[in-house]
Design a protein around this ligand. Sequence first.
Ligand code: MN3
Length: 214
Amino acid sequence: MAHELPPLPYDYSALEPVIDSQTMKLHHDMHHGTYVKNLNAALEKHPQLQSKSAEDLIRDLSSVPEDIRTVVRNNGGGHVNHTMFWKIMKPKGGGDPTGPVADVIKKTFGSFNDFKTKFNDAGAKQFGSGWVWLAGKPGGEVQVISTPNQDNPLSQGLYPIFGNDVWEHAYYLKYNNRRPEYLAAWWNVVNWDEINQRFEAIKSGKLEPALATR
Ligand code: MN3
């Protein structure tokens, strides 16, 4: 079965004024849509990989044939990253974190504010395109990391609890070159319920279906 672009779980305008509807439409329909299309096209050359999840493909890139490895890394990663991204945001989101993720943030970083500073800083410093993540391990240990391009923590043995997209396509129409302003505003659309579900899944080692693209 081919990989599919998941529908946005809300309207294009639902995250206004933090993320404008034109950005959401282009980002979801065109950017994410293209990652899915390119991933499917690459897998046509190696049909035995078509039944694998996108997560499994990027978790073990060395097992992907060399002629499509870079395409799978970029576009499989793009598919996994954006599938997460739409879900870990919601209209009227934000506020202080709740539940187990609030506890682990406090335990690891001291306070939510200290965590946000560290996360925003890593996002601002990611040179060029990429992502900033709260990544974790089974057992519940967490850390802030950034990755270039569409690389996902899965490719380095970590799990993506949540991440923010710092590609210019995610913010440039509204924030222009002011990436730190976008990073600061983004916390107002974060969906802590979904993030808690992902964190619990990672902590327990039961990663499906919370983290699955299909
Ligand atoms: Mn993007």
